[in-house]
Design a protein around this ligand. Structure first.
Ligand code: NAI
Length: 246
């Protein structure tokens, strides 16, 4: 059990990659609070993971400082500490710059970049005061490494998460709080199932391993960063992309 007895919070954990992360953490002995903007789905997902003893849920919009702080407090209240924070919540509002509205730009920056900052700030405030410190994992994207057409908002936000991760890692390392990021490539979830078939095929063709990844393959890397296996790893960015855009 790699995270036995640890308390974890996963934003956007009601489905997709976040749910796979929450599941993996529970399997490895953690108790998890799923914080998601969709409270019904979050509750159903927590139930699916085994219910209140190991998984709970809270409605939370990560763009709200109060809501993020309340979620962190709820995890501490429910499980006695906060050892692992996964800032995973995300949306896409793809459009080329010619067509992208300011609202689409702002929404994506707010959920990914501000949401991640709020989560990192609130979690590290708790973790730095704890005996064992903690581990924060921010979900960036390969889109933040290379820049994707139609994603000036998303690529900017995901690249911003890398800068945020490195700066935060430096600020809290002395308190044994680690902050790392992951950059998934093409992963099969509701977000990517919305892609047109030809767009999906062209993205998949860019993957040296020749296939899309599964949410569980992201969850395994997050588990590594959450656990003591990565005790001397901070401020890093791990790509989970089957070799795409290396
Ligand atoms: P998804 O759409 O399946 O799940 C996203 C979850 O976030 C949903 O449960 C949604 O309700 C929640 N959410 C959305 N806005 C929220 C908010 N304001 N506050 C709280 N929760 C909110 O998406 P997926 O694919 O699981 O994505 C998870 C993360 O992985 C995102 O940050 C995404 O950008 C990132 N990612 C996904 C890739 C993929 O290929 N699917 C590739 C690279 C990164």
């Amino acid at each position: 059990m790699l995270v036995a007895g640890k308390s974890a919070l996963v934003t956007g954990g009601a489905q997709g990659i976040g749910f796979a992360i929450a599941k993996r953490l529970v399997e490895e002995g953690a108790r998890v609070l799923i914080a998601d903007i969709d409270p019904e789905l979050a509750a159903a997902s927590a139930e699916q993971l085994g219910g209140p003893a190991v998984a709970r849920s809270v409605g939370c919009d990560v763009t709200s400082a109060e809501a993020v702080k309340a979620a962190v407090d709820a995890a501490v209240e429910a499980f006695g500490s906060l050892d692992v924070m996964v800032n995973n919540a995300g949306i896409t509002r793809d459009a080329t710059m010619r067509k992208m509205t300011e609202d689409q730009f702002d929404a994506v920056i707010a959920v990914h970049l501000k949401g991640c900052w709020l989560g990192t700030r609130a979690a590290s405030a708790v973790m730095r005061e704890q005996e064992g410190g903690g581990s924060i994992v921010n979900v960036s994207s390969i889109s933040g490494k290379v820049g994707m057409i139609g994603q000036t908002n998303y690529s900017a936000a995901k690249a911003g998460i890398v800068g945020l991760t490195k700066a935060a890692a430096k600020e809290v390392a002395f308190r044994n709080v680690r902050v790392n990021a992951v950059q998934p490539g093409l992963i099969r979830t509701r977000m990517t199932e919305a892609l047109r078939e030809d767009v999906w095929a062209s993205k998949q063709a860019e993957v040296p391993m020749g296939r899309a990844g599964e949410p569980e393959e992201v969850a395994d890397v997050v588990l590594f960063l959450a656990s003591g296996l990565s005790s001397y790893v901070t401020g890093t960015v791990l790509e989970i992309s089957g070799g795409r855009h290396i």
